[in-house]
Design a protein around this ligand. Structure first.
Ligand code: IVH
Length: 676
């Protein structure tokens, strides 16, 4: 017989519940705060089920801090108000290096310190600021920023975010209020939008709106279904307990107490350190799994922070250094159709030039007819242009209220704007194509540009403008003609001297030494990108075998489907293509033999991630060498990664590799592995 507690639940059940709660909290901490899972998800789920069952049997054991209690059962009618005990401030912005230097100078003047100030530099997360209060280690209240003085009570919704600890780890002060940012990671955002569209629901404009919309749901179940995450970036209030003297130490303490801290935060020295950090994060930005709109510099020393104090609503000791705006308004002057390598017609908006994402943009892609129709962009429209990182600028959306009367919808042209051949659109395909093939000058130009491009044969100095001139003069018709170009002939082109002509010819000759995957990719076969070219090369080992293969045989190549296989077969069956390939091979294009899939090397089947700068070879050359020996390249670190190759100034991938315990190779070790 079990001893009964006053409440009715046997003591053994109470002990087991306490044990499960403690274990699940620990797993949760390892998973979310440390990004270093201790057990497989299935084990977590199993313990969670056991805890749920016990709590269902003995409801008196289901305390609010139990990990089962993240999703409350009833929606609220409206959010209550929370008066912030410490105001939630905003940050001043800096938009240039000079403004950052001014910020640093003002601080040194105010503090009367000539030496370098230490700053905590952190990404400026693009989400929603929140405040979370803990009493005796238990999460008791969460609030939005509101007007800075009073926010909305979103306790129930915050509870559903797994990165928020419901119970703190030991050592945390008795009363604690922390500040942080709730955001929707980019992958979750993309998936969520895709699913919303599939259900015929509205999608979100950006991850920030998605996070805000998700947090402001009256029904916590809705919030729980959204992929939200949270980083804590500061401490607002502490009662009892010792506090560190530096902001950076505070972040570490917060992490020990169970909070998730942004892994990219770092201490830097002076304005130069700040600006270096800004550039580094700017480069990493495209690879970060979450959206940021700048970085924040905070004076690290808390005593210095106190001396500096505040002006109106912002601290003097911090500044947000923003990235250039990535969205801007402009008007559409015209909509034209560009013809690509495979004849695909891409609608392009010609714009009133506008400064966005750090550059002036005067063209933006509209992708294809379906996109154009969906967005309903018309000539004269006012549109939002978006340019993120190195991505091609695109028309994000139209402002319908600003449409001029009589603006007509754009229709697909029935003939190619370049060569006049009929435009065809296969059933259920978004893409419309010029049917002219190589009779279309645009297709000829694009085919040659692709052949010469960096990831294909990489012909140095053969730029787009030059290819266009050569095709217009009819000196080039197909890539095979490249190898008959003579320096004397090239020297007669506008703005081309004898020296440059010789250099170009030498570059064309040098490009004959290539690799089989590059060669196959360079041919420009429809749907054959670098990955497919590589798979084809590894499977067939040479061009002759691939040329002879029927589509059923080609389909046996990993990741090659029936459609792609048909394109490959059709390419080589076409007599003109066959003649071009013969001429190319006849002109002396060569490549070293590839390690076939059945030959085992040290690298066979291993997955590599590259980060940082290598001294002796470029990233592309390293990737090629890996692939040449049967290895694979991946852009991100996961449990499946075999090796991370870390050069100088490695990015966050190195940290990820360390937390996951992936083997890390420095340049020397990597070169040794290659040479084996
Ligand atoms: S500190 C008193 N740190 O930026 C300092 N804010 O304009 C208060 N934000 O509402 C903020 N990342 O939502 C700080 N690492 C970071 C941040 C950050 C994003 C947001 C926050 C705040 C806004 C200030």
């Amino acid at each position: 017989m079990c001893a009964q507690q006053a409440s009715g639940a046997p003591r053994s059940a109470a002990a087991r519940v306490a044990d499960l709660k403690e274990t699940l909290e620990r797993y949760n901490y390892r998973y979310h705060a440390l990004d270093d899972p201790q057990v497989p998800d299935a084990e977590y789920d199993r313990l969670m089920l056991e805890l749920r069952a016990l709590e269902a049997q003995y409801p008196e054991l289901a305390a609010p801090d139990s990990p089962t209690q993240r999703v409350g059962s009833v929606p609220v009618a409206a959010f209550g108000a929370v008066r912030h005990r410490v105001a939630m401030l905003s940050l001043d912005n800096a938009f240039s290096d000079d403004e950052v230097r001014d910020f640093d100078r003002r601080i040194r003047e105010r503090l009367n310190i000539p030496n370098t100030i230490r700053y905590s530099a952190e990404p400026k997360l693009d989400g929603l600021a929140i405040s979370a209060r803990y009493e005796n280690g238990v999460f008791v209240q969460g609030a939005t920023r509101g007007d800075g003085e009073t926010g909305e009570d979103i306790t129930l919704n915050l509870r559903t975010i797994k990165a928020l600890p419901l119970k703190l780890r030991s050592g945390a002060p008795p009363v604690l209020e922390v500040r942080g940012e709730v955001f929707m990671p980019l992958a979750g955002f993309a998936k969520f939008n895709q699913e919303a569209l599939a259900r015929g629901e509205k999608s979100f404009v950006n991850p920030r709106n998605a996070a805000a919309g998700s947090l402001r749901q009256l029904d916590p179940k809705m919030t729980a279904a959204r992929p939200l995450d949270l980083f804590i970036y500061g401490l607002a209030l502490v009662e009892g307990g010792e506090l560190p003297g530096q902001h950076s130490e505070t972040l570490q303490a917060l992490r020990r107490w169970g909070f998730k801290i942004c892994p990219q935060s770092r201490v830097v020295e002076g304005a130069d350190g700040c600006l270096g950090y800004y550039r580094e994060i700017g480069v990493q930005r495209a690879e970060l799994p979450y959206q940021i709109d700048g970085v924040v510099y905070k004076v690290d020393d808390l005593e210095q922070q106190r001396q500096l104090g505040f002006v109106s609503r912002a601290p003097r000791w911090a500044v947000a250094h923003k990235f250039p705006a990535e969205e801007a308004l402009t008007t559409v002057r015209d909509i034209e159709f560009q013809v690509g390598r495979t004849g695909a017609l891409t609608p392009v908006a010609r714009l009133e030039p506008v400064f966005v994402g750090g550059v002036t943009v005067s063209n933006a892609t509209l992708h294809n007819m379906d996109e154009l129709t969906r967005k309903d962009v018309r000539v004269g429209d006012t549109v939002v242009i978006r340019r993120a990182g190195d991505v091609i600028p695109e028309v994000a959306r139209v402002l319908p209220e600003r449409r001029v009367a009589g603006a007509a919808m754009v229709v697909l042209p029935s003939v190619c704007p370049v060569c006049g051949s009929p435009v065809v659109r296969e059933a259920e395909q978004a893409v419309a194509r010029c049917s002219g093939g190589r009779t279309c000058a645009a297709q000829r130009k694009e085919e040659i540009k692709h052949f010469a491009s960096r990831r294909a044969l990489d012909i140095q100095g053969l730029g787009d403008k030059l290819v266009e001139q050569l095709v217009d003069r009819e000196w080039l018709r197909t890539p095979a003609d490249l190898f008959s170009l003579q320096a004397e002939q090239l020297a007669t082109l506008e703005r081309m001297g004898d020296k440059s002509a010789q250099k170009l010819q030498a570059a064309i000759i040098a490009a004959k030494h290539t690799t089989l995957p590059r060669f196959l990719y360079a041919l420009g076969i429809r749907d054959v990108g670098e990955a497919t070219a590589l798979a084809l090369a590894q499977h067939f080992g040479d061009v002759a075998a691939l040329r002879a293969a029927a589509d059923e045989v080609i389909q046996r190549v990993p990741d090659v489907g029936p459609v792609v296989a048909k394109h490959v077969e059709a390419y080589f069956r076409d007599p003109e293509n066959a003649a071009i390939v013969d001429r190319l091979l006849g002109s002396g294009i060569t490549w070293p033999a590839l390690a076939p899939a059945n030959v085992h090397t040290e690298l066979s089947g291993k997955s590599f991630v590259l980060t940082g700068t290598l001294e002796t070879l470029t990233r592309e050359a390293a990737a090629e060498a890996i692939v040449q020996q049967g290895g694979k390249i991946s852009g991100s670190v996961s449990k499946k990664t075999s090796y991370v190759v870390a050069g100088a100034e490695p990015g966050s991938k190195l940290n990820k590799a360390q937390t996951l315990g992936i083997a890390i190779l420095d340049e020397a070790e990597f070169m040794k592995l290659l040479k084996k």
